[in-house]
Design a protein around this ligand. Sequence first.
Ligand SMILES: Nc1ncnc2c1ncn2[C@@H]1O[C@H](COP(=O)(O)OP(=O)(O)OP(=O)(O)O)[C@@H](O)[C@H]1O
Length: 681
Amino acid sequence: MPSSAPPPTPAATPPGLPERLRRRVRHRLAAARLLRLLHPALLAGASALHLAVGLLPIGFIAATSHLIAALPAARTGGGGPTAALLIAAAAFVLQQALAPFQALAGELVARRVDGVRIADLMACALDGLDSADLEEQDVLDLLAEARGGFDRLSPTPGEAAAGTLALLARYAQLLGAATVVGIALGWLPALLVTAAALAIRAGQRGALSRFGAARATMTGRRRRLAYLRKAATGTGIAKEARMLGLVPWLRERHTAEARRYLEPLWATRRRLLFRPFLGLAAVGLLGGGAALTLLARGGAAHTLTLLQLSAALQAVLVPMRFGVFFPESDMQTLYGLTADDALRTLEQRPAEAPPVDAAPAEATPAGGAPAEAAPAGGAPAEAVPSGGAPAEAGPAAGTIRLEDVSFRYRPDGPDVLHHLDLELPPGRSTAVVGLNGAGKTTVVRLLARLREPTAGRITVGGTDLARRPVADWHRRIAVIFQDFARYELTAAENIALGRPALLTDRPALRAAADRAGVLGVLDALPNGLDTVLSSHYRGGSDLSGGQWQRVALARAMLALADGASLLVLDEPTAQLDVRAEAAFFDRFLEITRGVTSVIIAHRFSSVRRADHIVVLADGRVAESGTHDELLALDGEYARLFRAQAERFTADAAPHATPDASTDHAADPAALDAPPAEEALR
Ligand SMILES: Nc1ncnc2c1ncn2[C@@H]1O[C@H](COP(=O)(O)OP(=O)(O)OP(=O)(O)O)[C@@H](O)[C@H]1O
């Protein structure tokens, strides 16, 4: 949970109130909580400024009324109303002069509040929500709503806070005008116009907030529309959209989705905003009309002085204008607070249950290798690939076991893993192979603790993994996902991600890049490791798919050097051909010899050199053993291996000449790969 947020209290509205009132109270409380994020000096300064801006027009009314009242005397040779003129001029000039400062104060308030709440949103999105949460529609809607509040397409929570403060000016002005009407015309008409003004205002705010609530229920549609708009105007699918002739379809789909979202929204707006407006206008007419009638009567009967007439006339107009839309507050508080509401709901989601107890001492990064952890594959120093630095394996974590593990993604969904038993011996490589949908990536998610088993348990060195803090385990495991992220950051940052302390440790970064076979490529970039890996930036440069894979591998190598003890490679080789993939995995196995590692692959021929191979089928272990044992078994592995090996051999001929379309042409490791026939023996 973010630390800077006010303590998450459940909606503190008294039960039993009508929903409309509860919503209003909730919004007031939310606005007050946002204002509490401000430095007291900023809050006091901005409030004083708004009060001044609100009251100056009242000073102007009073001064001009004195001026008007003094005019007849001045015409007959009496003294000129110099003081009143000066006060009116000063009030007018000051009002104009303060306007930019008022805007500035609003900007400062908004920036300060947004700074805090954006940090809260990031903490919530990146830390407070787990992978399962991020697949829930409700959570995605709330996230979109909260994020929308910060992308400046709609008002932000900070602007809602600034808009709330700006109301001070409006209400101070209303109070000032009512006082002038009271003094000049009488307290009953003053009460009447003020009550009418407040009634109109309440009606209008209520309609706006009901509209906001109705709009908030349509976040799912808005998200779909935003996706289509981004797809149609962004660069993500630009190539495919053209190649597949998707442009007309996208345009039509966008129009249809826009209608699906906008038409009900427009209808709601008509229902909630326009119709009540007629009733509210009638209330305003009654209140203002009554006061004006009294004024006219008083004028005709000469019971009011010119000063009273002038002051009351000007002052009555202020409450009559009070029922209008406030451009400095209304949209800001409406949408900005909706975004803040969404963020608050996310923050208040029940936190994940903490682990039963802390990690046992021998399993912490600082604790060194547990008894069971001695690498079985010999000293890492012997496992150095050609030209590379020794692979500094982190302390092995002990045998990792999936014990009778079953898993389903949703409570009402089918099991995708069924009573799975899987053992990952320390210091050994285990390949998990299987056809599409067999459950391989699900195993990775469980190992990485992005998900927890529905039944059964995972143990590390005999200790239930669920008893260890997730963050601790994440430091001990380096995963390269199928869809690993390509960050538009420098090469050095891309490698150091997750290990920020090592960002400035150039030798460590270079060693990791070297081990992953990408150092030469990165050194050749315009700014070496300081080059941004994206052509969207000046001086930046993009990499090929295979080079990106090596950057991801370098990230894992760095994690390993920094104490990670389990490496997981979830088939990040989708765009490699069969031969380059085999070469990639071979290199991976070489440079990680002596490290506990898991390789996921659906090409059986790619991972034959792993110490142990597990064949998954329909979420169950179908076969397991070494490559030779599995071939001797002559079962599913042998059948699929031979089928894929035939393709591999057939593919080898065209690749005898380096193919520029695949990355391995530029990759010394790939070119060093054994001839296909030999590799398959
Ligand atoms: N987030 C999810 N929600 C619901 N079901 C899912 C989710 N992810 C995967 N599945 C289902 O779980 C099963 C196993 O998927 P998984 O991704 O683990 O397979 P895989 O062996 O890695 O496949 P591939 O080789 O295609 O990557 C599939 O039936 C899939 O549809």
